[in-house]
Design a protein around this ligand. Sequence first.
Ligand code: GDP
Ligand code: IMO
Ligand code: MG
Length: 430
Amino acid sequence: MPATSVIGLQWGDEAKGKVVDLLTEQHEIVVRYQGGANAGHTVVANGQTYKLSLIPSGIFRPEVRCVVAAGVVIHPATLLAEVENLKSRGVYVGSNLMVSERAHVIFPWHIEEDRLFNDACTGGEAIGTTLRGIGPCYRDKAGRSFAIRLGDLYRPGIADRIAQVAEFKRKTLAGLGAHEAAASLDPDGIYKEYAGYAERLQPFVGDTTDFLLDACENEKRILLEGAQGALLDIDHGTFPFVTASNSSGVGVSSGSGVPGRYVTKVIGVVKAYSTRVGGGPFPTEQDNETGQHIRQRGNEYGTVTRRPRRCGWFDAVAVRYTTRLSGVDALAVMLLDVLSELPELRICVAYEWKGKTTTRFPAHVDELREVQPVYETLPGWQQEISHVRRVRDLPLSARAYLDRIASLVGRPIEIVSVGPDREQTIFAGQ
Ligand code: GDP
Ligand code: IMO
Ligand code: MG
């Protein structure tokens, strides 16, 4: 059986967690393969709300194997807290969870560096990171000299290695004037803390690359859970206002070790509108009553940081670009219920730039800052739709809105979501 990937096509928080939880039923393995605890994926199941940051959203079905693959950066304390929290709520976490020994580990210095560099040298606008040490950890991974992988924690000499890296990090932080941060790094204390984490994580640690290659060759049904969204992709997103990993569809293979040829279906997840947390251009942003309406109805506050999310109209130019980039086969349109009660809706169908109309998504943020969205206006609908379970029971204007999205993006819509609950879902054709 082929592997399916689930990719956010905007700036994250498209409700990927809900889609993965729904699709888990048809899969044997669910894999997180990039990002780290910057992700916050919400699953509402059996009347309970769960927020996941490192553990795959497939964890609620105990027969499914959940894999945290090599491309993820792991903050061990967060991972362990997540395991404990799930267990305390009656969710089974044991032999169903496997974490890659190749995954890189986030240390306290990464978090200090994130605080220090988040708004340094980015031209006056902060990246607005989640301050979880994600970028600095990926930077050390690329730099190699200071990188420590999960598997390293079980090797002889790890105490010396941690002391050596900590000492270097202390010196660089102090050299940058961050004396308090430098002083907070106690090499011996950090080693002891991480040795404790390593012991508790040991039952979960293994060679996930080999496991997933076996699974592919044995035709297991694999579901790959993207974190963030394609517009936050380090190479193809709105750089530098992006995350530090390949969060579009192109990152699936490098992060998981699953060769591209096995991924035969890609589901692109979008909100029925747009949101963004943190800095960077956002052409369809509505910093007005419409934005507030969406924020309030959609409870648009960050899952991880609780920051209010910036809200705006659906941007078909951006989503068409990320759909192509991620090789999307079909769309899941989420949070459609949030748009109820708006008198009219807008969709950005093109950008105007320097007097010309274009549907190309610009490569440089300076250009993205300068574009003017060209909108098409569609009628809204006034009634609640959270109870609707079939496309044909949606108001005509909601169906017209969905049809327009599908036609502009150029892909069919397979899933429509009208509320956070598993049941509040419409599968196309119903
Ligand atoms: P993810 O990071 O992509 O998994 O998304 P988040 O969990 O950060 O944000 C999505 C939010 O929308 C969560 O609070 C979900 O419970 C909620 N949600 C998901 N689908 C729907 C929907 O169709 N309608 C509404 N109103 N909320 C939804
Ligand atoms: P999920 O998986 C929304 C954003 C941050 C910031 C930028 C860089 O829940 O969709 P980082 O801490 O990664 O260096 O921050 O990326 N960001 C997200 N925004 N959802 C996420 O994850 C995000 N993960 C990172 O707000 O703008
Ligand atoms: Mg989220």
